[in-house]
Design a protein around this ligand. Structure first.
Ligand SMILES: Cc1ncc(COP(=O)(O)O)c(C=O)c1O
Length: 404
């Protein structure tokens, strides 16, 4: 019998990783020894962080820290069980009530991660008789969820309404759900919610929106992408994570009361996994308090991102269709991207290199993202770094940066 582990010796991903390590250009799994949100220390070197999802900068907010500490003091460090049995706290129920209200839906259910939220909701609702119609750029957790549900998956070209309609037409007889990201995690562009709603209504499809990068950021008060489009009642299910704007870990699905009750009784990633610890739930509640009291965090994150996006475009960078705090810089080949990452790293700026399979071949990019707590001075340094590094390694021609 062949040995299962034989594949390891010939695995190209691993070979490339080892080559990268030997050449000193391996960008992954870098441990941070310090992080205060907008700046981090890696290998003893201080860098400006423009690669996190900490959009509102709340991971280090004193009230969020204090809420987590108090929750640990009151409830301990773990729930040691599933929500289904011994792992439900009053705090989870309170969080579900608060999130349902915040997201404009009747009910909400919280999971231990965003990934599990997508897995749980989709596998609970869909089976081999159903069809999931997914935008080509949806997050991997949605693709995994659809595959695990056993339903048929059809993909439409990213944000191409004619292609979506073509698929809906051919799928008309089946029970189906259109699945999108509200804010695309790599492109920083938005789903065309009004057009998608119209098509779902016309063809009788349900609509699922993963708002991992929209909740806390988009819409008035950061209440999400469907509220940004004033269409919350027209989106059947909205998913959010706590690992981004909400400075914690966990996820949520919000929707109609009966659908949430159904998910609660069928979602295997909810039933067969321990619930989120009290500290995580308390941190999210504190974030909700903060952004409900002070809308300036949501305003500020867009302001800082817009400054960088405008400056980068003026310098000749291609930032795609970004209109959110996620600002990609298209670099093309894998090699260009890894070397660009290293040049920014050496220059004191942390960016995320995104290469296949995260993006299609030759569509690699540097994913940059901005925080409400980035200071104006940090933003100026980032723009200057894009000018200096970009002209030095030939990402752009020499055009002086114009800053706001
Ligand atoms: C669009 C999207 N959905 C779901 C997830 C999964 O969320 P989490 O990391 O909180 O499990 C992510 C995380 O990167 C994401 O970007």
């Amino acid at each position: 019998m062949a040995d299962l582990f034989d594949k390891i010796a010939t695995d190209t991903v691993l070979q490339q990783a080892r080559m990268g390590r030997e050449m000193g250009v391996y960008p992954y799994f870098k441990p941070l020894s310090e992080t205060e949100g907008t700046e981090v220390v890696i290998d003893g070197k201080r860098l400006i962080m423009i690669g996190s999802n900490n959009y509102l900068g709340l991971t280090t907010h004193p009230r969020v820290r204090q809420a987590a500490i108090e929750a640990i003091q009151k409830y301990g460090t773990s729930c040691t069980g599933s929500r289904f049995l011994n792992g439900s706290l009053e705090l989870h129920k309170e969080l579900e009530r608060r999130l349902a209200k915040f997201m404009g839906k009747e009910a909400a259910i919280v999971f231990s991660t965003g990934y599990q939220s997508n897995l749980g909701a989709i596998t609970a609702l869909m089976d081999k008789n159903d069809v999931a119609i997914c935008d080509k750029d949806v997050h991997a957790s949605l693709v995994d969820a659809v595959m695990m549900s056993g339903c048929q998956m059809k993909r439409w070209r990213h944000n191409d309404m004619a292609d979506l309609e073509r698929i809906l037409k051919e799928t008309q007889a089946a029970r189906c759900m259109v699945i999108v990201d509200g804010v695309y995690s790599m492109g920083g562009d938005l789903a065309k919610v009004p057009e998608i709603v119209a098509l779902c209504k016309q063809y009788g499809a349900r609509f699922f929106l993963d708002d991992a990068h929209g909740l806390g950021v988009m819409g008035p008060g950061g209440r999400g992408t469907s509220i940004h489009f004033n269409m919350v009642d027209d989106v059947d299910l909205i998913m959010g994570t706590f690992s981004k704007s909400f400075a914690s870990l966990g996820g949520v699905i919000a929707g109609n009361k009966d659908v949430i009750d159904f998910i609660q009784h069928h979602a295997r990633s909810f039933i067969f996994s321990a619930s989120m610890p009290a500290a995580n739930a308390a941190a999210v509640l504190a974030c909700l308090d903060i952004i409900e009291e002070d809308p300036s965090y949501v305003v500020q994150v867009h302001k800082q991102a817009a400054k960088v996006r405008t400056a980068l475009r003026a310098m000749g960078y291609n930032c795609g269709d970004s209109v959110t705090p996620v600002v990609p810089v298209l670099t093309g080949s894998e090699m260009n991207t890894i070397f660009a990452w290293k040049a920014f790293y050496d220059h004191g700026v942390y960016v995320n290199p995104v290469v296949p399979p995260g993006v299609p071949p030759n569509k690699s990019l540097l994913r940059t993202s901005y925080m409400a707590t980035h200071t104006d001075e940090q933003i100026e340094r980032v723009i200057k770094a894009f000018y200096e590094v970009g002209t030095y390694i030939g990402l752009i021609e020499d055009k002086e940066p114009v800053t706001a």
